[in-house]
Design a protein around this ligand. Structure first.
Ligand SMILES: C[S@@+](CC[C@H](N)C(=O)[O-])C[C@H]1O[C@@H](n2cnc3c(N)ncnc32)[C@H](O)[C@@H]1O
Length: 244
């Protein structure tokens, strides 16, 4: 009788298929079960990156969110229903691990950086061996795509979720030299207003689908106000320029 399987949280990088680490590739190919979070009806970003490397004998376990951006983070339903969803997803993964099969949970970017994998890790890492492989983050892919060094000298970099309220964003912006806004999507109008209030709109750069096919880079001030931003969008505020 073999022992329980190992849980792997595997970062696959920001989208460019060549930005996967050798370690991620080795562990991905070796796992009998590959699990990925995805929106129902969508292929899933991590699965898209992994697809060319998967073998027919590997089982793919799709963990489909009950909702993504349709329910606000501030709605009480969000924490309750997402908590239930992660409990069920952890049960499915635990069943494979208990049967002795390793499970590679593949993640866009880095698993421990705003990644859903960490909710499985929280629920399972005390029961099963768990190993995480870091990935190049989306923000790193975006500032590279924009050809924009993000921090110079002693700049402080602040990462701000686009889900924050406007006042909180302005307050963070007032205490940093460089900033990255994650989870931009439908939060773009509030981010733009916060940047205007902080006097930083002219420095802000919008990056859509950084390092992926169809990537776009544009000064935020030129982004049409009525144009929605896609889910994979980051807004960068590079730090002080040319200080040395
Ligand atoms: C749930 S977070 C996951 C972050 C991911 N684990 C990482 O390491 O970057 C999803 C958000 O990351 C940002 N993002 C991640 N990769 C991106 C990319 N390649 N281009 C633009 N935005 C990206 C977007 O703001 C998106 O809404």
């Amino acid at each position: 009788m073999t022992g329980p399987g190992t849980l792997f949280g595997i970062g696959l990088g920001p989208g460019d298929p060549e930005l996967i680490t050798l370690k991620a590739l080795r562990l991905l190919r070796g796992a009998p079960v590959v699990a990925a979070f995805a929106k129902p009806g969508r292929p899933g970003q991590a699965l898209g990156i992994a697809a060319p490397h998967l073998l027919p004998e590997q089982q793919v376990l799709r963990l489909e969110y009950p909702f993504t951006t349709e329910v606000s983070l501030h709605d009480p339903r969000y924490a309750r229903d997402m908590g239930d969803f992660y409990d069920q997803a952890a049960d499915q993964v635990a069943q494979c691990l208990a049967e002795g099969r390793d499970v590679a949970v593949i993640c866009e970017g880095d698993p421990f950086f705003y990644g859903s994998y960490m909710y499985l890790h929280d629920r399972l890492s005390h029961r099963f061996e768990a190993q995480v492989v870091p990935g190049i983050t989306g923000m790193s892919g975006c500032w590279t795509q924009a050809n924009a060094p993000i921090t110079h000298g002693d700049d402080v970099l602040t990462v701000i979720p686009g889900t924050l309220l406007e006042d909180a964003m302005v307050s963070h912006l007032s205490r940093t030299q460089a900033a990255v806004f994650m989870k931009v999507g439908r939060n773009l109008p509030r981010i733009r207003t916060a940047l205007i209030q902080a006097g930083l709109l002219e420095r802000a750069i919008l990056v859509e689908r950084g390092t992926m096919a169809g990537a776009q880079v544009m000064p935020l001030a030129q982004w049409p106000q009525d144009r929605p931003a896609p889910y994979f969008t980051i807004v960068l505020v590079p730090g002080r320029q040319g200080v040395r």
